[in-house]
Design a binder for this molecule. Structure first.
Ligand code: AP5
Ligand code: MG
Length: 216
């Protein structure tokens, strides 16, 4: 039985398609996409002292500390007026506790785990390109832009290859992810708030399954 909820929490390894499906969902719902990775990269772009520190951590494939990420997240979500897709948060048990017991205490939510075989991840991510302006996500093998190297939505905006999308960094990110995700999944499973989806399928099938969760 799916409980009534308003907010989605997307859990899944690097490259499992969390960002892609969040962008698909916001086109068909009033949900707002909130990716801690995007928020952190925005800080880096601003070249603040914090941004420089964050860049070193992210480029090494490590996690930013719970306090910094939680503060950034809280600053960017007004749950009274909107419902969100939390993408990439939580990644640790401490973050799951903050999210469910502090941020979402009075708001319905369900966690969706994007299950994904590890061998597909590296290929997906080394070929990923993103638009820094609108955050659109491409893949030069499986979802290329219409004009080579440029965003379909922002036209003159050159696509960007994330500095942490190098094979050795991807492998470290996956290792760190695997070390931390078990207790997070147990946390939601024990509250009967966990849905597991097969993320190694065509995009439309995954989106339909997610939309189905909203209908129930
Ligand atoms: P973040 O930006 O969240 O990266 P991530 O979790 O590693 O996830 P990705 O964005 O790489 O993958 P995705 O699941 O969104 O896949 P996408 O849809 O793009 O975090 C980056 C870093 O920030 C972390 O390493 C950490 O340092 C830090 N950080 C962030 N949050 C943190 C937190 N809470 N605590 C501490 N540190 C934090 O798809 C990937 C590719 O696959 C694309 O090319 C896409 O086109 C393709 N694709 C997607 N779906 C499909 C499909 N169904 N079929 C075929 N191809 C597909
Ligand atoms: Mg992402």
């Amino acid at each position: 039985m799916i409980k009534k909820f308003k907010n989605f929490i997307f859990l899944g390894s690097p490259g499992s398609g969390k960002g892609t499906q969040a962008l698909n969902l916001i086109k068909e719902t009033s949900l707002v996409h909130l990716s801690t990775g995007d928020l952190l990269r925005k800080e880096i772009e601003e070249k603040s002292e914090l941004g420089l520190k964050l860049k070193n951590i992210i480029d090494a494939g490590q996690l930013v500390d719970d306090k910094t990420v939680a503060e950034l997240l809280k600053k960017n979500c007004d749950l009274k007026s909107k419902s969100f897709i939390f993408d990439g948060f939580p990644r640790t048990l401490a973050q799951a506790e903050i999210l469910s017991e502090d941020v979402l205490a009075n708001f319905g939510h369900v966690a969706v785990y994007f299950e994904m075989p590890e061998d597909v991840i590296v290929s997906r991510l080394v070929h990923r390109r993103i638009c820094q302006k609108c955050n659109a996500i491409y893949n030069i093998k499986t979802k290329p832009p219409k004009n080579d190297g440029y965003c379909d939505n922002c036209e003159s905006e050159k696509l960007f290859h994330r500095s942490d999308d190098k094979e050795e960094v991807i492998r470290e990110r996956v290792k760190v992810y695997n070390e931390n995700i078990g207790p997070v999944l147990d946390f939601y499973r024990n509250k009967d708030l966990l849905k597991v989806i097969d993320a190694n399928r065509e995009n439309r099938l995954i989106l339909d399954e997610l939309l189905g969760f909203l209908d129930n």
